[in-house]
Design a protein around this ligand. Structure first.
Ligand SMILES: [Zn+2]
Length: 240
């Protein structure tokens, strides 16, 4: 479905995972292997997954009513997996991550850079550091410095907020954020996102710059700055 001609679009909001047991059970089911005899022909049905664990760009997430699996109705084998509005999910993940004061890991930095559609060179020149420095951050050899971490968070937040209207971005909050200088060993829980419908207020300016379903491109940052003041905020249904 093309949402470009429709004011209702899929976006992602952050929610709290409720029942761990449910997720584990489903993972096992999906990994079950079926031995097919040569005569078996799959009968495809599409199922919306109530909850689904996935690692996206190195970041573990739980997705609520988001993933559509095409399965065989007879043997249960998963034939294909689809995440609608994937770029909106990536934007929601990026925005949720930068609002969390936990020190960015190498994985996080790589994820945020890719969410911004930056090469290592583009990223390094945006922050005014060398490509080697970026590489050491992403490989976890050096922690990113506090000023660069805040700048990265601000750039990501500004560029992504339009694509993730259910996630709050507050530049002031990022600037005042207390971030540890080194990442503690403590594991972060998987972030959890629900796919919901969002009706974007019709706004001639926004229609003109609507980039629904398009990956962020070069120049996307400028675009986001221009529309930042008009970016709508939806009600948050779940608290953090
Ligand atoms: Zn089958």
């Amino acid at each position: 479905m093309d949402f470009r001609h429709n004011c209702v679009e899929d976006i992602y909001q952050k929610v709290n995972p409720m029942n761990e047991g449910l997720f584990l059970e489903m993972d096992e089911q999906q990994q079950r292997l079926h031995i097919l005899d040569g005569q078996h022909r799959h009968r495809a049905i599409r199922e919306l997954q109530e909850s689904y664990r996935k690692v996206l760009g190195g970041i573990p997430v739980i997705l609520i009513r988001a993933v559509e699996l095409t399965k065989c109705a007879d043997c249960g084998q998963v034939l294909s997996e689809k995440i609608p509005a994937l770029q909106k999910l990536i934007a929601a993940m990026a925005l949720a991550r930068i609002a969390d004061p936990l020190k960015l890991s190498g994985n996080d930095i790589r994820f945020l850079r890719k969410a911004m559609n930056w090469t290592a060179r583009e990223f390094s020149s945006a922050l005014g550091v060398s490509v080697e420095t970026v590489s050491r951050w992403e490989n976890g050899k050096d922690p990113i410095g506090l000023a660069n971490e805040k700048l990265l968070r601000l750039m990501v937040g500004t560029a992504m907020q339009e694509s993730a209207p259910a996630i709050d971005f507050d530049a002031q909050q990022v600037m005042n954020m207390k971030i540890e200088s080194v990442r503690s060993a403590e594991e972060m829980r998987s972030m959890c996102f629900e796919r919901v419908k969002f009706k974007r207020p019709s706004h001639p300016k926004e229609e003109q710059w609507d980039s629904t379903e398009e990956p962020p491109r070069k120049g996307g940052l400028t675009k986001a700055y221009q529309t930042a003041s008009a970016a709508p905020k939806s009600e948050r249904r779940c608290s953090q």
